[in-house]
Design a protein around this ligand. Structure first.
Ligand SMILES: [Zn+2]
Ligand SMILES: [Zn+2]
Ligand SMILES: [Zn+2]
Length: 277
């Protein structure tokens, strides 16, 4: 399996849109890996995870053929993960020769955002019925898409909706995609997570060296999370451990994140990073 991190920032981007803090200023000056667009990933070039406002930029930057993608997993309805009005452009009128159906998987809040965006009056002349279809997920309601077995696991994030992190497996390989979440998961969620052995784990690192109790994780939580998985035998020395979804409020540059991650056997993601596992 291969995962490509198309964007690696939290909601405000890094540098943040309207921010002139020290981290954002340094990111603008240094450029390169210090610049982050909103979090989005793609598995084997086939399964897209999340649809941030930067999807268009990612398609240009990484030559993505989004018209050939048939499955979009959405973690939750926050704007940095789901910007649904863009889906209008998969209609034949805008997206010529887009192949087959794009199935969009998500919770009830994602479903509402989806219909609120695609059913607005000015797009009614271009109904999406033959181009995009929404599939509502239930907690632990696993399904198969293009041979990938996918389990939506309820996250510890915005309590107003059932945010999901995902377990994705294919051909004996298994990935835990953990964005966005804190560590206060339900017993059922931990049990589900502990039921697998992972080749790659991707952990929320929004808070950097800071710590909050739930909603997002910081680097110390990531170490604790990985430690718990190790204790349960879910990860081993060959498991790739990635930290991802960074905010300027975590107050760390990519260079600092990279150094910290390296000391703890982890990899700090950056935009465009590909990992095969
Ligand atoms: Zn986010
Ligand atoms: Zn800033
Ligand atoms: Zn979020």
């Amino acid at each position: 399996m291969e995962i490509q991190y198309l964007g690696t920032a939290a909601a405000e981007g890094l540098p943040a849109l309207f921010c002139d803090c020290d981290i954002c200023r340094r990111a603008r000056e240094t450029g390169g890996k210090e610049l982050r667009t909103r979090t989005q990933s793609i598995i084997d070039g086939r399964i897209l995870i999340d649809l941030p406002p930067d999807t268009y930029t990612h398609a240009l930057r990484y030559s993505l053929k989004l018209g050939e993608i048939n499955h979009l997993l959405v973690t939750h309805s926050h704007m940095d993960h789901f910007f649904p009005v863009e889906l209008i452009h998969r209609h034949e009128h805008f997206g010529h020769q887009a192949k087959g159906m794009l199935y969009v998987y998500g919770n009830e809040a994602v479903e509402k955002a989806f219909y609120d965006a695609v059913l607005i009056d000015r797009f009614k002349v271009h109904p999406l019925d033959d181009a995009v279809r929404f599939v509502r997920l239930a907690p632990f309601g696993d399904f198969t898409a293009e041979g990938y077995h996918i389990i939506p696991v309820p996250a510890d994030h915005d309590k107003r909706e059932t945010c999901y992190i995902y377990i994705i497996e294919k051909d004996g390989k298994c990935l835990l995609y953990g964005h966005d979440t804190g560590m206060n998961l339900s017993g059922e969620a931990w049990e589900c997570i502990f039921s697998r052995k992972y080749d790659l784990i991707s952990l929320d690192a929004t808070m950097g060296m800071k710590q909050i109790d739930g909603y997002h994780m910081g680097l110390l939580d990531d170490i604790r999370f990985a430690g718990m998985l190790e204790e349960k035998g879910c990860i081993g020395k060959d498991t790739v451990k990635v930290i991802n979804h960074f905010s300027h409020n975590g107050k760390m540059t990519h260079g600092e994140l990279e150094a910290f991650a390296g000391e703890h056997g982890m990899i700090a993601s950056y935009d465009g990073m590909k990992v095969s596992f």
